[in-house]
Design a protein around this ligand. Structure first.
Ligand SMILES: Nc1ncnc2c1ncn2[C@@H]1O[C@H](COP(=O)(O)OP(=O)(O)O)[C@@H](O)[C@H]1O
Ligand SMILES: N[C@@H](CCC(=O)OP(=O)(O)O)C(=O)O
Length: 363
């Protein structure tokens, strides 16, 4: 099998014992399975929950805290212990690991996004296993990724992973929560995640997890849109991850055969950038940028709004509303001047306002 780049997401439910505390034996088994992937020469990035589980009893909670500040304090106490446990176990397999704590804001800011990307690439280059978790101390509800499912999907896009493996305490996606309906039917293979499936999915997960199957489906949809195949399921023993990438895993495989990977620049524009203006295009320009892979020229612009400058991201509107987002190569002032000169200066009209490599379609 050719070398694969795999993001493995391990949820709290796959790392804990019956009291919700970190279970070192489970952690050791995941590490063994990752070591096997590395032995087979695959690249692995680990997104691991478990900080709250590793920390709460250490700081005097009788059970997993339910308040945000309680979880944050437990995570602050537990993250070090979690990483220490991973480092020790990886060292037994002669592997090195590194910790990255990320927040949603890190992805919104282009500079920080690039830094995260560069760090990940350098670690992979040096054969170090990145271990990523949300930065729970500074993440408040509006700023978080929701949970590590979405974080793992976004990371899988950034690193252009071949596959995102979401390990959890259940062997895949069912048409209903099988813990509530024992007759629920399991999906073995899917080629898309529909809005309907997400709407029907249950947010209630295990006692230690966040988001249940709903957040996994939202994450899977995101990963698929970024050209990454997804596996949701479980497994036993040190071979479980190699079995999953060979196609014999215990879970649900979701693959979008038509979707190729998209550049990190385009991912940032599509998913994280905050638009600072709007550009309205005419019918010809809409056709050209949507269907002919062309760049947007000033000649096709009817109107601009907002005080954007070169390098900013704007929303692009066509006949029926929003059609995409793009990074402009000139300011609103320059575009407006060009529009005013439309009849007298034909050269201006050929200026490129959004290069096709900096444009993403949202329809
Ligand atoms: N349609 C479904 N198919 C499978 N599992 C489901 C479904 N709906 C809800 N679940 C629940 O989702 C749980 C896994 O989610 P969660 O506890 O958040 O996991 P993790 O900690 O691994 O992120 C399962 O234990 C199961 O009870
Ligand atoms: N970031 C937190 C947990 C987030 C969470 O519960 O995620 P998950 O178990 O993947 O649904 C932690 O490390 O404990």
């Amino acid at each position: 099998m050719s070398k694969q780049r795999v993001v493995v997401k391990i949820g709290s439910s796959s790392l804990t014992n019956a009291h919700g505390e970190m279970d070192e034996a489970k952690l050791a088994e995941h590490v063994q399975a990752i070591a096997k992937l590395r032995q087979l020469n695959h690249d692995v990035i680990l997104v691991s929950s478990g900080a709250v589980a590793a920390g709460f009893s250490q700081i005097g909670y009788a059970s997993r805290p339910v308040t945000l500040k309680g979880k944050q304090a437990a995570a602050a106490a537990g993250q070090g212990l979690l990483i220490q446990a991973y480092m020790e176990k990886f060292a037994e397999h002669d592997l090195r690991a590194a910790q990255l704590l990320l927040t949603r804001d890190d992805f919104k800011d282009r500079e920080r996004y690039k830094n995260a990307f560069n760090t990940l690439m350098e670690l992979l280059e040096r054969r170090v296993i990145p271990i990523i978790n949300e930065n729970d101390t500074v993440s408040i509800k509006e700023l978080t990724f929701g949970d590590n499912d979405m974080l793992s999907a976004l990371v899988s896009g950034i690193v252009h992973a071949d596959q995102l493996i979401m390990l959890t305490d259940i062997n895949g996606l069912y048409n209903e929560n099988p813990r509530q309906n024992p007759h629920a039917i399991k999906y073995d293979y899917l080629d898309r995640i529909t809005e309907e499936m997400i709407a029907q999915a249950d947010q209630h997960g295990s006692s230690v997890g966040t988001g249940g199957m709903k957040s996994k489906l939202e994450a899977a949809k995101m990963a698929l849109s970024l050209g990454v195949s997804v596996f949701i399921g479980t497994g036993k023993g040190g071979e479980k991850l190699s079995q999953i990438i060979e196609g014999s895993g215990d879970g649900t495989y979701i693959t979008n055969p038509t979707k190729g990977s998209i550049t990190t620049n385009k991912q940032w524009i599509a998913l994280h950038s905050e638009p600072v203006g709007q550009v309205y295009v005419d019918h010809g320009a809409e056709e050209a940028i949507l269907y002919q892979g062309a760049s947007l020229l000033a000649a096709g612009i009817r109107k601009v709004q907002g005080d954007f400058k070169a390098g900013d991201v704007v929303e692009v509107y066509g006949k029926n509303g929003l059609i995409g987002k793009g990074e402009v190569s000139c300011s609103a002032d320059v575009v407006m001047k060009e529009l005013q000169l439309r009849s007298s200066d034909k050269d201006c009209l050929s200026s490129r306002v959004i290069h096709r490599d900096r444009w993403v379609r949202l329809t």
